[in-house]
Design a protein around this ligand. Sequence first.
Ligand SMILES: Nc1ncnc2c1ncn2[C@@H]1O[C@H](COP(=O)(O)OP(=O)(O)OP(=O)(O)O)[C@@H](O)[C@H]1O
Length: 229
Amino acid sequence: MLDVKDLVVAYGQSQALHGISFSAATKETVAIMGRNGMGKTTLFKSLMGVLPIKSGEVRVAGQDISRSESYKRVAQGIAYVPQGRMIFPTLTVEENIQTGLENSVTRRIPEEIYALFPVLWEMRSRKGGNLSGGQQQQLAIARALVTNPKVLLLDEPTEGIQPSIIKDIAKALNEIRKLRDITIVVSEQVLSFAMDVADRLFVIEGGRLVHETARADTDVARIKSYLSV
Ligand SMILES: Nc1ncnc2c1ncn2[C@@H]1O[C@H](COP(=O)(O)OP(=O)(O)OP(=O)(O)O)[C@@H](O)[C@H]1O
């Protein structure tokens, strides 16, 4: 479903990604693990078209999207939950989700969304800015999901979130891929969360994927050593 090949991205003269390649299948979740500054956000921004790529290719369901404008990529089946969530603080929960429904005539929020995140139903009339960090993260995921993506990208969804809500988010992500034909790519520093949601784990270091493992074969100590400074 998602095929990334030899992705090279630079900030001016400084190269940040040095040829990233990986694929992820429908109904598969992969985690990209790495410390701060290793290139996770750069990877996601370039997949989404927020940052231009220098060379390489990104395919979603076989279609090369790597030269498409960011807004077009949404129609081509890719959705992005950025680091820090970026919800609209002055819009209500319901209005925030509806911003993902721009192309829908009724702008009706599917029931499935509130079934996945019951807290968003309870909070639907509250302003996004009044939600806790964990609730905002669930809101950002809901907003991305209503675009019916084939590929969902989540950049460090557990950052600054309390453990009980991290469990809720893991549960929702596992439920989503059961319900939908979707590929989920999540960047993370929290190994326990990645082990809860991902079928395969990659480690990114200095803009390169340096390690890959299936969940069942994961050498936890080895991944931890990559994540510690
Ligand atoms: N706007 C920018 N201009 C120049 N260099 C940048 C810019 N943004 C990021 N970088 C560099 O690119 C590299 C990768 O950064 P990136 O933000 O992708 O890492 P990350 O793994 O997502 O870390 P974090 O979790 O802190 O966001 C780092 O060396 C960083 O200094």
